[in-house]
Write a protein that binds this ligand. Sequence first.
Ligand SMILES: [Zn+2]
Length: 310
Amino acid sequence: MTTLLVSHPSFLEHDTGIHHPERADRLRAVLAALDDPAFEALARVPAPVASMEELTRVHPQDYVEAIMGVRPGPGEHVHIDGDTVMSQGSAEAVIRAAGAAVTAVDAVMQGQARTAFAAVRPPGHHASPGIPGGFCLFNNVAIGARHAQARYGIERVAILDFDVHHGQGTQAVVGPDRTLFYASTHQSPLYPGTGSPHERGIAGNVVNVPLSAGSGGLEFRAAWADRILPALDRFEPELLIVSAGFDAHAADPLAGLEVETEDFIWLTEEFRAIAEQHAQGRIVSVLEGGYDLGALAESVATHVQTLMRE
Ligand SMILES: [Zn+2]
């Protein structure tokens, strides 16, 4: 069965200004890597806009309307907070990034694909229901998880976040709801400062494993193998959604972990094994961070290849 790639040209029109690490060149590098003949077997669809119903399963309607109402003129920027910026093209990008997660969920739930990768920007895991931040406006993975539950009636969705930053926005959605599971490895201390192991959700449905700067593949794999994957296995997810940020890579300029591309491959294989056991193989992976263009492109390519493997 195939792997689906969801993306859209509007993601390149979300302009964060010069010297901003979350820039359109990131996605250009990713899409160029996925243009290789090795990815010929990917099914490709453009990301649709998410509906108000889909967005408001996570975000209050007045929040959605406020974000969609930010329409600066050509070349202008609106600073939502210190590092979250919107341009003229941002409103369309954010609503299609959420739509990409929804479409990826539809494809794996309807059996058109076993796995899917959403190559989107802006990222989403720092967006809480009513608070943007950390380059994020809508929480793409949480919107995907809620869509899977509402549209397909599945009970347990796991969100797995290996971005180097803690996804406090996703945790805010998952924590109080025992039908969801959230696990994260992240560098600590680092933005946003959350993600202590003591933050465990309502029923141990949140698992946080902070890693100190300088930690590499050994510590990264041990965190997942010893702490997170056993809890994920016990949760018996019917769908795995991955917050796929590649800024834990040793080459990344925004953080200080020393994870290598092979470690992301290893973890993707572990996700596939658990998905095979509990979730009919269903994995939806959504791009989050990753700011070294070469490391990002290589990591995404090998991650997607691992999702494509029979
Ligand atoms: Zn990050």
